[in-house]
Design a protein around this ligand. Structure first.
Ligand code: 5CA
Ligand code: ZN
Length: 409
């Protein structure tokens, strides 16, 4: 699939900072030490509805990861998937009487537009589940042949007991896992499974549903976790730097993915850091397509809201925090954007070097975007109250805000 256009990332004076980031698997901060090409996999959307603020907040977190790396003069190899065939997509298409392919294409196109408007850097490889099927089938066959998978009425399940490291990503106990498995796409109550948590790797063709040639697996379609493992291993290989997503992906999705990869390669972990963004809520409940309590990025744009203000709303919350969308958070961001734009519209101002350093330090410290915003606020306030004589300082600030925070002033 094609991704979306990249916005320019201005180069900044001085030295970028390395990233320390919270890793769900170890429960603490880890100092990442990527090579000259940093590798990141971020789980993409299931395209059955438009991009909401929760999605945007999660993608914003991983956009910051890339910007920190780019600032250290590294290249970034970023891969993202699109779950363009899965139960929720097929169910929504059925409910609305539309073709599932057309629905997925329409919502993916809208997602690209939203990401472009928000200045999110595009992945180098943007891969749909459907196009990944030829790579998924041999992996499932290998897992089966190695005894890590078994067949149940034509479907193929992964055996979590085949993985000695199962549980190390989420750190949850069996009872919590079982609850989450039922909530998040698993089928713990299906009779005949070896372990209730075992996830499906390959679903045999169902009447009225799309299916593909699965070689020795028979016709069917892929399970959700193996999709991301196949795409990540194909494009990044084992031991890449970051696997990212919202906190609702820690279990089962990233746990199962790590298990599949361990069974395939004998190695753990698949990613050096498992990074999870907090959940955005609306009216006291997690914003979710299934609940329908959504604020769409495209709707805000249509209403004339500046994408830079939407982005500042996301940045005003630490990526790991759960937070609530309200009209007020947007109003605050619009006011901040106005103050910043006024401050950089003059030719001179207070010196900018210390501010650039403060933004770098804040982001390097577990992507502390709120601290970075506070630093820019202080510079803008100084500009407003006292002005300054540094020629070009506003330009440096504007480039730093663009390069490191993705906000065009
Ligand atoms: N296609 C899978 C990942 S392979 C999927 O989870 N798709 S999704 O469309 O449901 O979600 C896309 C991303 O947005 C995931 O990382 C998910 O964790 C994140 N996300 C979903 N809802 C929210 C929310 N309310 N707040 C923050 N992030 C969210
Ligand atoms: Zn995924």
């Amino acid at each position: 699939m094609h991704a979306w256009p990249a916005s320019e990332v201005p180069a900044l004076p001085g030295q970028g900072r390395d990233l320390r980031i919270h890793d769900t698997a170890t429960g603490g901060l880890v100092s990442l030490d990527p090579g000259p090409v940093a590798r990141i996999y971020v789980c993409g959307i299931t395209p059955y509805d438009a991009t909401h603020i929760g999605h945007a907040a999660t993608y914003n977190a991983f956009d910051l990861v890339q910007r920190v790396w780019l600032d250290t003069k590294r290249q970034v190899h970023y891969v993202q998937n699109v779950t363009d065939v899965d139960d929720p997509l097929l169910e929504r298409a059925e409910r609305d009487g539309v073709d599932w392919v057309a629905l997925a294409e329409k919502e993916t196109a809208l997602f690209r537009e939203d990401m472009t408007a928000l200045r999110m850097l595009p992945p180098r490889h943007y891969i749909g589940a459907v196009e990944a099927i030829p790579g998924i089938v041999p992996l499932v066959e290998r897992l089966r042949d190695a005894g890590a998978a078994y067949e149940l009425e034509g479907d193929v399940y992964f055996s979590v007991e085949s993985d000695p490291n199962f549980g190390r990503v989420s750190g949850l106990d069996a009872a919590a896992m079982r609850l989450l498995s039922a909530e998040r796409g698993g089928d713990p109550d299906r009779p005949g499974k070896k372990n209730p948590l075992d996830p499906m790797l390959w679903m045999a063709a169902r009447e009225g549903e799309p299916s593909w040639d699965g070689g020795s697996l028979g016709r069917g379609r892929p399970g959700w976790h193996i999709e991301c493992v196949a795409i990540a291993l194909d494009h990044l290989g084992m031991g890449f730097d970051v696997q990212g997503g919202g906190s609702d992906l820690a279990f089962p999705h990233h746990e199962m993915g790590a298990s599949h990869a361990q069974a395939l390669t004998g190695e753990f972990p698949m990613a050096q850091a498992y990074v999870h963004a907090g959940m955005v809520a609306l009216d006291g409940e997690k914003m979710s397509k299934s609940r329908g309590n959504l604020v769409f990025v495209s709707k805000l744009r249509q209403d004339g809201v500046d994408p830079a203000a939407i982005r500042l709303t996301l940045l005003a919350h630490h990526y790991r925090a759960d937070w609530e969308w309200t009209d007020q958070v947007l109003v605050d961001a619009q006011a901040r954007l106005g103050r910043w734009r006024a401050a950089v519209s003059r030719p001179d101002g207070p010196p900018a070097e210390a501010l650039v350093e403060e933004i770098r330090v804040a982001l390097g410290n577990d992507l502390d975007a709120p601290a970075a915003l506070a630093a820019v606020d202080r510079w803008a306030a100084l500009q407003q109250e006292q002005g300054g004589t540094d020629i070009g300082a506003p330009g440096v600030v504007s480039r730093a805000v663009d390069a490191l925070l993705g906000v065009a002033l």
